[in-house]
Write a protein that binds this ligand. Structure first.
Ligand code: F6R
Length: 614
C-alpha cells in the first residue's frame, strides 16, 4: 500500500523518482506526487488519479532540475483521493516535504495540538501532522535526521516516512515502523523505496532496515540509527532478480506475464530443496528437528489467496504428517484469543511479507511462545524477519495486484513443508517422499501444458463476456481452488463470483442455479473414487437445473463428458497436487475476461498490492 521512492545522487531526481513510482504503482494508484529540492526550496506537484495524471502535469509545468527528490503513489486511508490529500505534504512554511505509508494512529491528537499552536493544516490526511512536526523541528535548528528521530518518537501506529528539507539538498531522511522500507546502495547515489522495484534499474545492492529505524541517505553515504539517535546497522543483501523481471516483456499485463512465468517459478521454488534421493533439505527452516518433532498443532494464517494456499496445505499436511492443522484468516486469528502453546507451529503465508494482518497474527503467536514459520516471496520483508524460520518461494517479483505465481509457489512451499515434517517425524518412508517429490518435479511441465491451452480459455472468456455471475465448485483440495477462481474474478472482472464446496450445494447455494449460469467445476482425479463420484453427481444436479457447466477434469475422465458443456482438460496428477494445474485456467480466464471488459487488470479498482494497514 502506497509506493515510496527517495533519491540523492547525480541524476535528474524527477526521472529517477517517476520511473521508480511507475514500478511501484501496483502498491497504490489513487494519486501520485513528487517533490525535489532546487534553489534552496522544495518544488513539487501532486495529482489525484494514476501516475499518468502527475506525468501530464509535469509535462505542462516542468520541475526545475534537481538531484534530490521523493515521490509517492497513494492508496487512500485518511481522506479521499484528491489533489490536496495526495503526497508529498508540507508544513506551514513549505520548507519540508513528506511522503508516508501507513496510519499514524494518534494523528487526531497531534492535529489538535498543532492547530492550537496556530498551524493551518490543509489536507484530511494523517501524514500532514508529521510534515508540520518535522518542519517545526528543523525550523528550531535540528537537522532533518534529528528532527525525524524526534518526530517518530511521538508517532503511534505504522508508518514509513520519507522527508526532504528544502534547505538541505544533500540528504533524504526516512523512517520505518511496521511498514516497509528498503535502501538501495548505488555508486555516487543512494535510494530508498517501499521495495527494491523502486530502484532495481539503478542497483541490485540493498540494505534491509529493522523496526523503528531512521536512515539518512546522501550521495555518498548511508547512515542508520534508532529513534533515539543511537547508530544501528542495516543488513546488506544482493537482489537476485533484475530489471527485466520488473518489466512486462511484451505481455499486455504483468498478470498475464506472471501467469506464464509459472512453470519457471514452480521449478525455482523447488530448486535445491531435495537431494538426488528425494530427501528434503530446507536449510532456511531454522526450527530444529527436535522442536519440529514436538509440534502437536499447526495453524496456518494468511489473507486472500495466501489463505487459500493454506487451505490446500491443510489437506496435504494432515494427510502426510497426521498433525492437526487449522487454517485461519490472519485478521480473525489475531483478535479471537487463539489457543497456542510452545508446541504450536504457526505458518504465516504471505507473498509480500508485509501484510499487516498477517504480521500482527505472527506477533501475537510469538508472544504466546508459539514457533512461527513464514512462507514468503519477498526477501528481507518484515514477516520472515520476525519469524523463527522461513521458506522463500523464489517466484521473482509479483507486480500485478492479483496473485498468481505467488500462489502456485506458496503451494509448492506448503507441500515441501508437509513432506519435510513427515520426514523429520518419520511419518513417511524415504521412498514415499521420493515418489511425491518426483511428482512435484513434473509440475512445471504440467503447468506449461495448461498454458499451452490458453487460447481455449480465452475463447471461453469471449463467450462469457456478458455474464453477471459465475459460480465455482470443488471438493477436497478443489474447494480452495473454487474459492481462488471466484476471488480472481471478483477482483479483476468485478463480477459476482462465489466458490463453494460441492457438498454444500444442497444446503443452500443450489438455489442460485438458473438457466445458463456458468459454473466452473473442479473434478478430483478418478483415483479418489468417492470424491470423484460425488463431484460428478453434483455436476449432474446443477446441470439438471440449467447451469452451464465448465468442467475441469483430468485427461481420460469420460464419466464427466455427458455433463460438461465446456471441458477443460487437466493432466493426470495426484489428487493433492491437482491445485497446481487447476488454478491456471481460472487465472487465465479472469485475466482475459477483465481484459475484454476493458478493466485495468494489473491495478483493479479499490485494491492495492501489499496491504500494509490492518
Ligand atoms: C488476491 C490477492 C490477495 C493477497 C492477499 C495477501 O489475488 O493477491 O488476496 O493474496 O492480500 O497478500 P500477501 O500474500 O502479500 O500477504
Amino acid at each position: 500500500m502506497c509506493g515510496i521512492v527517495g533519491y540523492v545522487g547525480d541524476k535528474l531526481a524527477r526521472d529517477v523518482v517517476i520511473n521508480g513510482l511507475r514500478r511501484l504503482e501496483y502498491r497504490g494508484y489513487d494519486s501520485a506526487g513528487i517533490a525535489v529540492i532546487a534553489g534552496g526550496r522544495i518544488a513539487g506537484a501532486k495529482r489525484a488519479g494514476k501516475l499518468a495524471n502527475l506525468e501530464k502535469a509535469l509535462e505542462e509545468d516542468p520541475l526545475p532540475p534537481a538531484t534530490t527528490g521523493i515521490g509517492h503513489t497513494r492508496w487512500a486511508t485518511h481522506g479521499a483521493p484528491t489533489d490536496e490529500n495526495a503526497h508529498p505534504h508540507s508544513g506551514q512554511s513549505g520548507r519540508v516535504a513528506v511522503v508516508h505509508n501507513g496510519i499514524i494512529e494518534n494523528f487526531a491528537r497531534l492535529r489538535d495540538e498543532l492547530e492550537a499552536a496556530g498551524h493551518n493544516l490543509r489536507s484530511e490526511t494523517d501524514t500532514e501532522v508529521a510534515a508540520h512536526l518535522l518542519e517545526d523541528a528543523v525550523s528550531g535548528g535540528a537537522d532533518l535526521t534529528t528532527a525525524m528521530q524526534q518526530v517518530c518518537r511521538r508517532l503511534e501506529g505504522a508508518f514509513t516516512l520519507v522527508a526532504l528539507d528544502g534547505e538541505d539538498p544533500s540528504r533524504v531522511v526516512a523512517a520505518r515502523r511496521n511498514s516497509p522500507l528498503v535502501v538501495g546502495l548505488g555508486e555516487r547515489e543512494n535510494f530508498v523505496g517501499s521495495d527494491v522495484a523502486a530502484f532495481i534499474e539503478h542497483t541490485r545492492e540493498a540494505l534491509e532496515l529493522g523496526q523503528d529505524q531512521v536512515v539518512t541517505i546522501t550521495r555518498d553515504d548511508v547512515r542508520v540509527s534508532d529513534f533515539d539517535g543511537r547508530p544501528a546497522e542495516g543488513k546488506r543483501y544482493h537482489v537476485d532478480w533484475d530489471l527485466s523481471a520488473a518489466e512486462k516483456d511484451g505481455f499486455d499485463w504483468f498478470m498475464r506475464k506472471e501467469i506464464f512465468e509459472q512453470p519457471r517459478a514452480v521449478a525455482d521454488a523447488m530448486l535445491g530443496r531435495h537431494d538426488e534421493q528425494g530427501r528434503l533439505e530446507l536449510d532456511e527452516v531454522r526450527v530444529s528437528d527436535d522442536e519440529l518433532r514436538e509440534v502437536d498443532k499447526i495453524i496456518i494464517v494468511g489473507c486472500g489467496t495466501a489463505e487459500y494456499a493454506g487451505l490446500v496445505a491443510k489437506y496435504a499436511i494432515e494427510h502426510w504428517t497426521r498433525i492437526p492443522c487449522e487454517v485461519e484468516l490472519a485478521h480473525e486469528f489475531r483478535y479471537r484469543d487463539p489457543i497456542l502453546t510452545r508446541n504450536t507451529l504457526v505458518v504465516a503465508i504471505s507473498q509480500s511479507g508485509e501484510t499487516a494482518d498477517t504480521l500482527m497474527a505472527i506477533r501475537h503467536a510469538r508472544t504466546q511462545r508459539a514457533k512461527v514459520l513464514a512462507i514468503c516471496n519477498t526477501n528481507g520483508s518484515t514477516i520472515p524477519r520476525e519469524s523463527d524460520a522461513v521458506i522463500y518461494t523464489h517466484a521473482g517479483p509479483e507486480v500485478a495486484v492479483a496473485s498468481t505465481k505467488g500462489f502456485l509457489t506458496q503451494l509448492i512451499a506448503c507441500y515441501l513443508l508437509g513432506l519435510y515434517l513427515a520426514q523429520v517425524r518419520g511419518m513417511k518412508y524415504g521412498d514415499e517422499i521420493r515418489s511425491i517429490v518426483g511428482e512435484l518435479e513434473k509440475m512445471p511441465a504440467h503447468v506449461q501444458r495448461m498454458l499451452d491451452d490458453a487460447e481455449s480459455v480465452y475463447e471461453l472468456a469471449a463467450e462469457l463476456q456478458s455474464v453477471r455471475s459465475v459460480l465455482f465448485l470443488g471438493r477436497h483440495v478443489g474447494f480452495p481452488i473454487a474459492l481462488e477462481g471466484a476471488l480472481k474474478l471478483k477482483e479483476l472482472a468485478y463480477l459476482h463470483a462465489e466458490g463453494f464446496a460441492a457438498g454444500e450445494l444442497k444446503h443452500g447455494p443450489i438455489a442460485l442455479i438458473e438457466q445458463g449460469l456458468p459454473v466452473f467445476c473442479v473434478v478430483p482425479p478418478r483415483g479418489r473414487d468417492q470424491l470423484h463420484a460425488k463431484m460428478v453427481s453434483a455436476i449432474q444436479e446443477i446441470r439438471a437445473r440449467g447451469a452451464r457447466t465448465i468442467v475441469l477434469a483430468e485427461e481420460g475422465d469420460d464419466e464427466v463428458t455427458p455433463y460438461s458443456d465446456v471441458r477443460i482438460t487437466l493432466p493426470v496428477v495426484p489428487t493433492l497436487l491437482q491445485p497446481l494445474v487447476a488454478a491456471v485456467p481460472l487465472q487465465l480466464f479472469a485475466c482475459e475476461l477483465a481484459t475484454l471488459l476493458g478493466h485495468d487488470v494489473d491495478q483493479p479498482r479499490n485494491l492495492a498490492k501489499s496491504v500494509t494497514v490492518e
